[in-house]
Design a protein around this ligand. Structure first.
Ligand SMILES: NC(=O)c1ccc[n+]([C@@H]2O[C@H](COP(=O)([O-])OP(=O)(O)OC[C@H]3O[C@@H](n4cnc5c(N)ncnc54)[C@H](OP(=O)(O)O)[C@@H]3O)[C@@H](O)[C@H]2O)c1
Length: 344
């Protein structure tokens, strides 16, 4: 295809997600360029401790991935030691690809990075739950004011297009409720407990497999799912809720006996993030819930995620797919850039 549009990208954060994004560009960049008419050119990368790099001529994704294997970006052409905020303020780019760590209490420093990029007239795509859950309305308004795109697909269900499905494909419908399995770690644990195993045993296994962190609190107490419930409420139902409005409990009190009892009644335990309209209000909750095995969410096993969207014109629409992973989440960022390209 002639006349490809070039997007100059700054990656903020080059961990699992940033590297998954770079792998997609390394392995599929040419196909994407041919099919979509866009060239995605990384010109800058910021990390917290592994150095930063800026090369206006473009940085090959393969070179970045090779460099990070050595533990640092400091040997690349254009390497510099600076703060991510300094890089955002000083380089020339079109899109900030934000993949730095999530903070669900303050949404910082990512919100400041995103704000600075939007102020510069850059598009922003992010997988970061903090700014999306806590600051979406403000950041979207700033993006609109600047005439740029703010993409958040990767914040819920990674690259599985939950946000885009609800906002675009279901645009003519009224959504009254969303119920989702949005945390793969806890769904894996509950699925394993159905084999008669104890909570401690399956948690240790989830940690061994890398599904659960050494400190698993964010997953098992439901906080990660609560952040995603807040995003669904605020982005899709325009609720304006804060995190403390999400009633939140996790799976720590689920015993093997409770799992057996549910099975005997033809039900399964699932950690469900639920947002729904109640009169003029929107409510949000995360709770372990018994679902009949016939329910579409009951059949979702292992680390897979799912979202059931209740609409007026279609009834229930259920989406099932990946909820995490470096390439799956990197793809969400690619899909947001392609979405912004289609809008331009
Ligand atoms: N992993 C997933 O499957 C997944 C799925 C959905 C959403 N997400 C979200 O995507 C984001 C990235 O996740 P990840 O798994 O890639 O995390 P990660 O592997 O921990 O990588 C984080 C990256 O951000 C850098 N960083 C740390 N603090 C920073 C700061 N203050 N400013 C700029 N960069 C900073 C880190 O630099 P150093 O290497 O120097 O520490 C590292 O390069 C998070 O917000 C996460 O919640 C992840």
């Amino acid at each position: 295809m002639a006349n490809k549009t070039i997007y100059r990208l700054m990656l903020n954060g080059f961990g699992a997600v940033g590297q998954g994004f770079a792998q997609i560009l390394r392995d599929q960049g040419e196909r994407i360029a041919q099919r979509e008419g866009v060239e995605l050119q990384i010109v800058a990368v910021a990390t917290r401790s592994r150095g930063c790099v800026y090369n206006p001529a473009g940085i090959a994704p393969a070179a970045l991935l090779d460099a990070i294997q050595t533990g640092s970006l400091r040997d690349l052409e254009g390497a510099r030691d600076c703060d991510p905020a300094e890089l955002i303020a000083s380089v020339e780019a079109d899109v900030l690809v934000e993949a730095s760590p999530t903070n669900l209490q303050t949404a910082e420093p990512a919100t400041s990075y995103i704000r600075a990029a939007l102020e510069r007239g850059w598009h922003v795509v992010t997988a970061n739950k903090g700014p999306t859950a806590l600051r979406y309305t403000e950041l979207k308004a700033l993006a609109d004011q600047k005439g740029v795109f703010f993409g958040i697909e990767g914040t819920v269900m990674s690259g599985t297009p939950s946000i885009r499905l609800a906002l675009e494909a279901l645009a003519g419908c009224e959504i009254s409720e969303l119920r989702g399995i949005v945390n793969g770690t806890t769904n894996y644990m509950l699925t394993q407990m159905e084999q008669g195993r104890t909570y401690d045993d399956v948690l240790a296994e989830a940690q061994r497999l890398g599904y659960a962190e050494t400190d698993p609190t964010g997953d098992v107490e439901g906080h990660d799912a609560a952040g995603k419930a807040l995003i669904l409420a605020n982005v899709l139902l325009n609720a304006g809720l804060t995190l403390d409005a999400v009633e939140c409990s996790g799976i720590t009190k689920i015993t093997p006996e409770a799992v057996t009892e549910a099975a005997a009644a033809g039900e399964r335990w699932k950690l469900i993030a639920r947002v729904w309209r109640e009169g003029e209000q929107v409510r949000a909750q995360v709770a372990a819930t018994r679902l009949p095995v016939s329910h579409p969410l009951a059949g979702v096993a292992g680390v897979t995620n799912a979202l059931c969207i209740t609409t007026d014109l279609l009834g229930d629409v259920t989406l099932i797919g990946a909820g995490a992973g470096s390439v799956a989440t990197g793809f969400a960022l690619v899909s947001d850039i392609l979405a912004l390209h289609r809008l331009s």
